[in-house]
Write a protein that binds this ligand. Structure first.
Ligand code: KDG
Ligand code: MG
Length: 403
């Protein structure tokens, strides 16, 4: 079994920051993993360089589960986004190496394809409902079967999900956190209107999604879900902060609008009650922030028992390496729901050449051995790290709110 002989991190910013771990075996096979944690990139980089890489050298690269357990249990300090993103990067890189040695794409190692492709959703957004609907029509023209709709809220500048550049929404765009203003009352008036107009303009043969981004109280979320029911949304995402998993019981009592949660979860323990009590319909934990493929498989298997499907996070702050890993995972599990897909810029794609491709509303990871993504280190070096924070939100009276 090939031993790990070297590992290093690569930090690059082709339009936005990415942290990549590269592991090499004694046979010269290399694998890469994504370790990007938006706005906290160097914390994960340092955790990897200072605390993880020294423990990897000399280990058997094929022993993916044992290395996962070693890094998780062996740290004593468990879970949390920094630790779990670092473990995820190691895990992805080891699956990549195993696939390259086997000469197989990773989805074959995970059990083989359960479907012909991975249905993805794109982000349509605009300052006004008309702009959002125009963007949604562009996505329909590109072949998308599922579209997320976000619109500006009258009377509020800088609404979550509304970008300057239509295809490349990027919220982490300032050297210090930008302050935005939030009003749940104003927001809750505009979203049902958006969905009503969307059904008139786009018809019923397209899945429509919406991200609340942790902004509402449980009872507010229950009311918004009820108001959206006539328009049959595919899901409402992150309706309320999820630290208190029991809070979702209240939302469930009031609405049949499906609920998706989990993009900021880092382990199966964050999902456990939501899944076991069937308080959500889609679990959005993703490969880079929830411990890699090894851990995400366990979350998906638990969800399968309770009829919960997956809907992995796939914003642009997940690098093409994490996107590829998610696609191998999505293709191989029975309870896949949908995959988020925000297109990366051409600059990012040039740093991370990849085998996955989009056609007819679906992504496919391709059949290159391993994950099917490489990092062009010379191109990466041309884009040095730049500090970039996500915004923060305050209510109209100046008090802090969840961004
Ligand atoms: O880093 C934060 C983004 O990934 C997040 O704001 C995007 O909520 C998001 C989504 O659903 O893509
Ligand atoms: Mg989200």
């Amino acid at each position: 079994m090939p031993k790990i002989t070297a590992a290093k991190t690569i930090v690059t910013s082709p339009g936005r920051n990415f942290v990549t771990l590269k592991i090499e075996t004694e046979d010269g096979v290399t694998g890469i993993g994504d370790a990007t944690l938006n706005g906290r990139e160097l914390a994960v980089e340092s955790y990897l360089s200072e605390h993880v890489i020294p423990c990897l050298i000399g280990r058997e690269s094929h022993q993916i589960e044992d290395i996962w357990q070693y890094l998780y249990r062996g740290a004593y300090w468990r879970r949390g986004p920094v630790t779990m993103s670092a473990i995820a990067a190691v895990d992805m890189a080891l699956w990549d190496i195993k696939g390259k040695i086997a000469g197989l794409p990773v989805y074959q190692l995970l059990g083989g394809a359960c479907r012909t492709g991975v249905m993805v959703y794109g982000h349509a957004n605009g300052e006004t409902i008309d702009e959002t609907l125009a963007a949604a029509r562009d996505y329909q023209a590109l072949g998308y079967k599922a579209i997320r709709l976000q619109t500006g809220v009258p009377g509020m500048a800088g609404t979550y999900g509304v970008s300057k550049d239509k295809l490349f929404y990027e919220p982490a765009d300032s050297d210090l956190p930008k302050e935005t203003v939030w009003s749940s009352e104003k927001y809750m008036r505009v979203v049902p209107e958006l969905f009503g107009r969307a059904r008139e303009a786009l018809g019923w043969d397209v899945h429509l999604l919406h991200d609340i981004h942790h902004r509402l109280t449980p009872i507010e979320a229950g009311r918004l879900g009820k108001d959206l029911e006539p328009y049959r949304p595919f899901w409402m995402e992150d309706p309320t902060p999820a630290e208190n998993q029991a809070a979702f019981r209240l939302i469930r009592q009031h609405t049949t609008t499906p609920i998706a949660v989990g993009e900021i979860f880092s382990s199966i323990w964050d999902c456990k009650q939501l899944i076991e009590e069937q308080l959500v319909d889609y679990i959005r934990a993703t490969v880079v922030h929830a411990g890699g493929l090894t851990h995400l498989k366990k979350i998906a298997h638990l969800a399968e028992l309770y009829g919960v499907r997956t809907g992995c996070h796939g914003a642009t702050d997940l690098s093409p390496v994490a996107m590829a890993a998610a696609l191998h995972f999505d293709l191989s599990i029975p309870n896949f729901g949908v995959q988020e897909y925000m297109r990366h810029t051409a600059e990012t794609d040039a740093v991370f050449p990849h085998a996955y491709s989009f056609a007819d509303g679906m992504l496919h990871p391709g059949d290159a051995p391993g994950l099917g993504v490489e990092i062009d280190e010379a191109a990466a070096a041309r884009h040095p790290y730049r500090r970039a924070y996500l915004p923060v939100a305050r209510r109209e009276d100046g008090s802090m709110h969840d961004w």
